[in-house]
Design a protein around this ligand. Sequence first.
Ligand SMILES: Cc1cc2nc3c(=O)[nH]c(=O)nc-3n(C[C@H](O)[C@H](O)[C@H](O)COP(=O)(O)O)c2cc1C
Length: 330
Amino acid sequence: MSFWQENLSIGKLIVPRFMAAPLDGITDSPLRQLIRDFSPTELLMTEMRHVSCVSNEKDQRSLKYRPVEHPLSFQFSANREQFLQEAVDKVIERGFLMINLNSGCPAPVVTRSGSGSALMADLPKLEMLIKLFVKAIDGRVPFTLKIRAGYKQKNAVEVAKLAEASGVDCLMIHPRTQPEGFTSRLDYAIVAEIKKAIKIPVVFSGNINKFETAQKVYDLTGSDGFMIGRALWGAPWKMREITDAAQGKTFNISTLETLEYALKHLDINLLEFGPRGFIPFKKQLPQYIRGVNNAAVWRGTLLRTQTAEEMREHIVRLIDEHRTAPCATL
Ligand SMILES: Cc1cc2nc3c(=O)[nH]c(=O)nc-3n(C[C@H](O)[C@H](O)[C@H](O)COP(=O)(O)O)c2cc1C
């Protein structure tokens, strides 16, 4: 069996090497349900939610998911002990198979309170939180940590060692600092250094949108796992395309099929979020219609829609047009 076909052990959970990254507002339950049509076994992750939100929200909205989304990991943000145990208990009782702590989010609205990547600049607090999570989880599910190369200064190697020594089962890293956001050069060397410094699995997150990129990441860093993030945005088939390529197979999807998936996505959004579910769907739209003629014009028309019915009618019309016309393959 080749490296790419082998599974990855994260604590007691065994999953494929490729997994979906958490993208707040994007990899929500509807997109995760659609990813499952193409990738039935890969690990998926919820968007980040603060421990106090999970512990206190009345409608338990952040704990909602469909069984088809398993294996599914829950991602927390945290900056203090308060509510941590209650939140962890709720997540485990709800059936999530892994818990992840976000120590990588660069958004000022998150770092201002000391959560997300700001934790990398306060190692005593990060260590305290990791130990509190390990204690609260008490071996019931694996506990993983998602970091950056550092907050303002690069200290990911030190953080990785601290994480391993404090009981983290797997480290996920997006090797950019907080000011570097999501677009600057990725620091492969720091991930290679981490791989040499710790024994727990290391999962790489950053710019993986085709198998060749994952291969390059492996050659440069020796990473054990590979996260697909923005490539899945409005493209639930993307991880399948990559895992098929890893097995020497070619995955094709026609424009007609991507349009049918757009409609399916809209309908799941309406089911999960109610009549206003067409609004978050707009964020997912551009990829789905990439292959149609006059895509830019269609994008404008669809983004201006004011109701779910109007959006639905337009997509159905596009589908009908592509049923009668020869469909281009993306
Ligand atoms: C819109 C957006 C939302 C994100 N939300 C989260 C999040 O909730 N939790 C997290 O750990 N990372 C989050 N990330 C970071 C991604 O998980 C990932 O590490 C990053 O996008 C790099 O991978 P990619 O190039 O494959 O997208 C987010 C990134 C983007 C662009």
